[in-house]
Design a protein around this ligand. Structure first.
Ligand code: SF4
Length: 660
């Protein structure tokens, strides 16, 4: 992979330090244009049966009213493709000109019809001309070329229809549904995803058809980010046109987890100026998706005016594969430790033992004992408000140096220094000291920390282009060959809970994705005055978002992961209700990944690396999986959750939930 990064020119974005949108060709989709100098377009997808014309129209209107500028509707067969005509006519009759996109899997005939009706067609190159059999095939160059000829024959009619009708197309690769051909040659990799799209793109370019948008979706945020970056690099190197990008994380899930996972993937790319249209997919009603996409996109309005960040002459980070920065172990930071969560409680005076439940630690007075849930923070930062009781073993306290140096117990508490204090301090903790610096102080800090083996940096920035500013500071550390652990400190004063969640997921997640960061601290420092309860609520949010971001960036698994599809017209059961039911019974299974998919056509492929799968296979019928292996077919839905739990138990992955 190193060879891929020949120079900055062959990187994946215009600049790693100065915000600028990647220049793409404009692609017209009805009344709107994706790419070029146009704003980033928000889109979403209906979940209702496409044959329900009025239901589809009314759901589309709710989506449009919530900010959706492009509505995608599934067309699994020719009859749904035909019905797009009625949906479109009814929408126009009601005064909505929003362009429609037909979503196609497996059915070229439906695509060819839909391309004559709607403004854009999405095809999945993994299944347009192939049925997945999970076969490993040993291709020779000649037999591979024959396969490409077969695809060309199958795909060419659609390209011609799109060209004739001025219909745009998305070549939408999904990590979970790569063809056996691609899997056999490239494996389940970002490169395989890119090549899957390029096979189809070459056919379009040969026909001089360029109204194309490309996506590289995965439910694994690391794979998703790497695939988009690699796609841009391959487009640049291969002399292709700079096609606009459609960003999305598949099967992101619901609620806070779904928002965090979406922001880690989508936000990371937006930071580097990639992305021309965004779809956030949540297991919620589709009208809840557009506001999340919009909140992610709106953050870049005016971003160009950020304070300058020093350019990077030689980029020492591999952006196309995950490599954790080499860090030495200091106390329980760095080395092989998971990234740590430090939760800021410094705005609470004389915190009580009962209030510690907001950081996942529960005091049980009748037993005089502490219990911790899966989101019990590792450290609390008390600043200048020392904790007035003994802490449980699983949690340590960080105090401002000025408080720590006068504390009675300075062994079980750890000091936090400013750079000035650190330079002149006469006393340090023997094992662990925290030095807080901003990105602009990094060069001054490096010589000071290089002589010590008991320091963890807490790194922050005031730059509005914050993820790249912090990333630049890591480049300084890498250049200096420093292996000091670094905790990422972020703060979002006066932001709503939703914005705080999305912004932290972008800023912290964007660094974790590249192996940077050994902990997270969401700060209260700049927060205005609030009531005690409001601050406690804020702390609870920070604590849970911190764990959520670490999980979404796949760096620390602290809870069960649900890879649930957003549902569409193919869905065979109520996804929200079923996900809630499965979550209720399994959300104590730390690190276990459960796929919950609405249909057997795409579900098994799209649940990617789930450990277990719950997939709709008929009305009221569920097929259960262990990995990619079918364990039980056609289980009645009322018994399916129990059967799923039995499979998990038989696999030795079950434990009984603890009560706190
Ligand atoms: S897996 Fe879910 S979103 Fe994907 S096609 Fe099936 S029902 Fe639709």
């Amino acid at each position: 992979m190193e060879s891929l990064i020949k120079s900055l020119d062959s990187l994946y974005c215009d600049s790693l330090t100065s915000y600028s949108r990647r220049k793409t060709i404009p692609v017209r989709v009805g009344d709107i244009t994706i790419g070029g100098d146009n704003h980033i377009v928000v889109q979403s997808m209906t979940t209702i049966d496409t044959m329900d014309t009025i239901g589809s129209v009314e759901q589309s209107i709710r989506m449009i009213e919530s900010g959706c500028e492009l509505v995608r509707i599934t067309a699994p067969s020719i009859k749904e493709a035909e019905n797009l005509r009625h949906i479109k006519a009814e929408l126009r009759k009601r005064g909505y000109q929003t362009p429609l996109v037909a979503d196609i899997h497996f059915t070229p005939n439906a695509a060819e019809l839909a391309a004559r009706i709607v403004e854009k067609v999405r095809i999945n190159p993994g299944n347009y001309a192939d049925k997945k059999k999970f076969e490993v095939i040993d291709y020779t160059d000649a037999s591979y070329a024959d396969e490409l000829d077969r695809i060309r024959d199958r795909f060419l009619p659609l390209v011609k229809i799109c060209k004739e009708n001025g219909t745009a197309m998305r070549i939408g690769t999904n990590h979970g549904s790569l063809s056996d051909r691609i899997m056999s040659r490239y494996g389940d990799t970002p490169l395989g995803m890119v090549e899957s799209a390029l096979e189809f793109l070459r056919i379009c370019e040969d026909e001089n058809y360029h109204d194309i948008v490309i996506s590289m979706k995965s439910s694994n945020t690391q794979v998703m980010v790497q695939a988009y970056r690699l796609l841009v690099q391959k487009l640049n190197e291969g002399g292709f046109k700079p096609y606009p990008l459609h960003l999305g994380v598949t099967e992101a899930g619901e609620a806070e987890d779904g928002r965090i996972k979406s922001a880690v993937g989508i936000g990371t790319l937006l930071e580097d100026g990639l992305g021309d249209t965004v779809r956030v997919s949540l297991t919620e009603d589709p009208e809840f998706e557009a506001p999340v996409a919009k909140a992610l996109i709106d953050r870049y309005t005016g971003r160009k005016a950020h304070s300058p960040i020093a350019e990077i002459p030689h980029y020492p980070i591999t952006p196309f594969e995950y490599n954790k920065r080499h860090v030495s172990e200091i106390y329980n930071f760095g080395g092989h430790n998971v990234p740590r969560v430090i939760t800021d409680i410094s705005k609470i005076e004389k915190v009580t033992d009962r209030e510690m439940k907001v950081v996942g630690h529960f005091y049980l007075p009748e037993l005089d004992k502490w219990k911790m849930n899966d989101q019990g923070c590792d450290f609390v930062y008390s600043g200048s408000n020392p904790i007035p009781f003994m802490l449980p073993n699983g949690m340590k306290e960080i105090q401002n140096f000025s408080v720590w140096q006068n504390a009675v117990d300075s062994v079980n508490k750890f000091p936090l220094f400013t750079l000035e204090e650190f330079k002149i301090a006469g006393r340090f903790h023997s094992e662990l000291n925290f030095l807080e610096i901003s990105d602009t102080e990094m060069e001054a800090a490096i010589p000071v920390i290089s002589v010590r083996k008991d320091v963890v940096l807490i790194l922050k920035t005031d730059n509005t282009h914050s993820m790249p500013a912090l990333r630049r500071a890591f480049v300084n550390l890498l250049e200096a060959k420093s292996d000091v652990p670094v905790v990422l400190k972020v703060s979002y004063p006066d932001q709503s809970a939703d914005s705080t969640t999305l912004y932290a997921a972008t800023d912290v997640g964007g660094l974790l994705i590249d192996g940077l960061g050994d902990g997270v601290l969401m700060s209260l420092e700049k927060e205005a005055d609030h009531s005690r309860q409001e601050i406690l609520d804020q702390i609870k949010l920070h604590n849970s978002v911190s764990f959520g971001v670490l999980q979404a960036a796949r760096t620390r698994m602290s809870k069960t992961e649900y890879i649930s599809c957003p549902s569409c017209g193919r869905t065979l059961f109520d996804l929200q209700e079923t996900t809630a039911m499965i979550r209720k019974r399994t959300d104590h299974l730390k690190g276990v990944k459960i796929g919950i998919m609405g249909c057997i056509v795409n579900g098994p492929g799209e649940m990617a690396d789930a450990d277990y799968g719950y997939v709709g296979s008929g009305k009221g019928k569920i097929t259960l999986y262990k990995g990619k292996e079918v364990m039980k077919k056609s289980v009645p839905s009322e018994k399916a959750v129990d059967e799923l739990i039995n499979i998990i138990k038989e696999d030795g992955m079950w434990n009984e939930p603890e009560t706190i």
